[in-house]
Design a protein around this ligand. Sequence first.
Ligand code: PDD
Length: 306
Amino acid sequence: MTHAEDWNPTVYLNGEWGLLSEARIPVLDRGFIFGDGIYEVVPLYAQADGARLPFRLTQHLARLERSLGKIRIDNPFDDAGWRALIDRAIQENAGPGDALVYIQVTRGVAKRRGHAFPAGITPTAFVMVGQLAFPTDAARARGGVAVTAEDKRWLNCDIKSTSLLGNVLMAQYAAENDALETIQLRDGLLTEGSSSNIWIVKGGVLLGAPRGPRILEGIRYSLIEELAREAGIAFEERDITEAELRSADEIMMSSATKEVMPLTTLDGKSVGDGRPGAVYAALFDAYQRAKAREFELIRNRAKQGA
Ligand code: PDD
């Protein structure tokens, strides 16, 4: 397995394939100057035959299209185009272990610095395979530590924008407090983590903060709704107060890189009995089954196409 420090994948940048260490963008790229871009993180799971398969790629590509639309950047590729690039990125960087695909599209390179959109520029497109280690069984059994902070971000959190300063500061706050995640609250209501959606359990009911401009709707949002239904767990999408968060029986986070992960300490206090709960355990099992089903489908389609 390649070490994190010498990870140097072959990446796609604006029509060219080359080593990450050699990839360059002009400084007037709007992504560099203004954070004027959109991104996606898609998990890749290592299979017994050595292949790496993406999970929920269709949904990630649909969100990419939606995010680009919201900031009026033309999607440089259709679904088939993105899939071809992602397949090639996976092939170019074949190796053992799970991984992720990072996709970024910026508005492109301007001729001069100016806030409003420049006319007639071509979006910058970037695809990279990154390293990924999902939480270990031991980490899952312990559960993660969470801290809380005021959500000070803008009110377009539904756009998966590369303008991530608010999220970066929240992740740094977690790191400085030996926590896995910072749970954000706006006007006394739960929003989300620095890079995850947050779920709580109260009296056997799973609660998620409302979709809308205050949170990024994770690809795992709808998935967790489906998994809850499959596991017979009642689910409600509604405002969650700070008091409800602090008295929750269970808290968990979800993201491409954590799947669903229990949070067993909140601001130094145990959540529930301090151990991962039954709802978490049921969702985690259902998540593994959903992956197995999707990979089976991908394999069958590949066989039919071959
Ligand atoms: N982050 N909310 C925020 C602010 C996020 O950044 C993420 C994911 C999520 C969960 O979305 P999904 O289920 O689609 O991963 C929610 C990715 C992993 C990242 O920025 O690296």
